[in-house]
Structures are given as structure tokens and as C-alpha cells.
Design a protein around this ligand. Structure first.
Ligand code: DHB
Ligand code: FE
Length: 279
């Protein structure tokens, strides 16, 4: 059967993608960041997932604001990087796993998580930056990717608890797929940040550390965080962290293998946490 073997929580700050694309990894501003990514890249090479389920949010790119779905699963075989205003990133197209994605879609919907499905969509920095963070700059991505897109940009977003439970259903779906596949789940976005309004630039390291410290052993505590808690403590875009909770829900008994936290990066705290499944 297919198995979830690893989980990753990873910020998706666009300037990290731009820095990598321009070869600025040794620039004094970016060097500590890319140095911090090194051990995670070595680790994921060893894990060598066949498929990554990449939980991310679309930033009014593929879906604009005309149609916002709470949860969208990408069931297509290929997803191209979106042009976010500077031309599409020069990164490989994402190759999907249509068969596994269709299986997950069926399992989730029959377990009463009403997903929308996308046969075609472009993918923005929410998806491509974590790929760069973890896999650097290969000719082609070393694994297939199933995009799972969550609305975090327009109130009312789903609750963290809903995302955590969807993660559990995702695990059930993967484990009922008969083919031998090693699957990693990435939850992306965050950490705390606010890009707009009076508190633009807000970073709350204490909250970020609290979130990182509870993710492995007491995620239930994090599922109690309300929208208002995120808004107050993590800024208006901190709600992206509910996607890390979905990743954690998909893991049974994770063991932390690596953590990296760096502030500031752009307007944001860049966080990274890597888990291996122990069962
Ligand atoms: C920025 C944008 C994001 O979508 C995000 O999650 C973090 C930072 C930015 O523009 O700095
Ligand atoms: Fe974002």
C-alpha cells in the first residue's frame, strides 16, 4: 500500500523563490537562509518520496477572486507555474499523479470532505517556493506532486481543526491505495506575518515558537486556535499555518528530524520543520 513517510512544514515567501531563480543564494541577506535549508535538502533526498501531497494556498492567481473554493485537489497530470506579474518562475512543471489523486478525491468525498477538483490549474509561489526550498534547482522535480489548495485568503477560511481532521482523512485515503508508494505531505505558508494595514510587517517570534513547539506532540492544542487568535497573534496572513495542521493531521506519530527558523525574511518569519513517520 501507499504510506505517508514524512511531513514538512515550510514557509512559501515569494522572495525566496526569486532569490533562488536569480542565483542569489550566497548574497549576505539570503546566505543564512539557504544554509539553513541544506540539512532539510539532504534529508529529503534520503527520504526520496515518490509523491508529495503539497498543501498550499492560491494567492488569487489561478482562481482570481471570481471563484474561491475552500479545498481544491489537483487531479491533473501536469501543473504549470503561474505568471504572478514577472513572468512564470523558471522552474520545472509539476507532474501530478492523477490516479492517486482520483483515489484520494473519492476517499475524501465519501468521508464527507467536499473537495472541489481541478483538472487544470496553474500553481503559484505557494506551491513552487516550498519545492525550491526542499529540492533546490533540478532539471525536473524528483517526485510527483498532488496539489491540495486551501482557501486562506478570503474570510471565512476553514478552521484549523477542520484542516487537522482533513489531514487525518488524507492519511486514510493514502493508506487505502494499493500500490507501494512513499508519500510525503508538505504543509506550507506562514509563519506569522501581516502584509497589509496598520500592523504590516508584524512578526511574533513567541507565537511562531509556540506553534513549532506544539506541532509534534500536542497539535490538539493548536487546533483550538480561532481565526481571531491567528489574526491577533500571527497577523492577518498567519492563518496560513492551518495548512501545517493539515500536514500534521496526516501523520500518526511523527518524530522531528530538523527545524529551522529565520527572521526576518521579506516581511515574514521563515520556518521549516521536518518530520519522519515512526509507524
Ligand atoms: C509574502 C507573501 C506570502 O504569500 C507569504 O506567505 C509570505 C510573505 C511576501 O510577499 O513577503
Ligand atoms: Fe502566502
Amino acid at each position: 500500500m501507499a504510506r505517508i513517510v514524512a511531513g514538512v512544514g515550510c514557509s512559501h515567501i515569494p522572495s525566496i523563490g526569486a532569490a533562488a531563480d536569480k542565483g542569489m543564494e550566497q548574497d549576505p541577506y539570503y546566505q543564512p537562509l539557504f544554509d539553513g535549508y541544506g540539512p532539510a535538502r539532504e534529508w529529503i533526498k534520503r527520504i526520496a518520496p515518490d509523491v508529495v501531497i503539497l498543501i498550499y494556498n492560491d494567492h488569487a492567481s489561478a482562481f482570481s477572486v471570481e471563484l474561491i473554493n475552500t479545498f481544491v485537489l489537483g487531479v491533473g497530470d501536469q501543473f504549470k507555474p503561474h505568471d504572478e506579474g514577472y513572468g512564470p518562475r523558471n522552474v520545472p512543471d509539476v507532474v501530478g499523479h492523477g490516479e492517486l489523486a482520483e483515489h484520494i478525491l473519492e476517499s475524501l468525498i465519501l468521508n464527507e470532505f467536499d473537495m472541489a477538483l481541478a483538472n487544470e490549474m496553474s500553481v503559484d509561489h505557494g506551491l513552487t517556493v516550498p519545492m525550491t526550498v526542499m529540492f533546490d534547482k533540478p532539471e525536473a522535480w524528483p517526485c510527483k506532486v498532488i496539489p491540495l489548495c486551501v482557501n486562506v485568503i478570503k474570510y471565512p477560511q476553514p478552521t484549523g481543526n477542520r484542516c487537522f481532521n482533513l489531514g487525518k482523512a488524507l492519511r486514510k485515503a493514502v493508506e487505502s491505495y494499493p500500490e507501494e508508494l512513499n508519500v510525503a505531505v508538505f504543509g506550507t505558508g506562514g509563519m506569522g506575518h501581516q502584509l497589509q494595514g496598520e500592523r504590516a510587517g508584524l512578526i511574533n517570534e513567541e507565537f511562531d515558537q509556540y506553534f513549532l513547539n506544539h506541532l509534534q506532540n500536542s497539535p490538539e492544542e493548536l487546533t483550538k486556535l480561532t481565526h481571531l487568535d491567528y489574526l491577533r497573534d500571527a497577523g492577518s496572513e498567519g492563518i496560513e499555518l492551518i495548512m501545517w495542521l493539515m500536514m500534521r493531521g496526516a501523520m500518526h506519530s511523527p518524530s522531528e528530524v530538523y527545524r529551522f527558523y529565520h527572521v526576518p525574511m521579506s516581511n515574514t518569519a521563515a520556518g521549516l520543520i521536518c518530520f519522519e513517520e515512526t509507524v
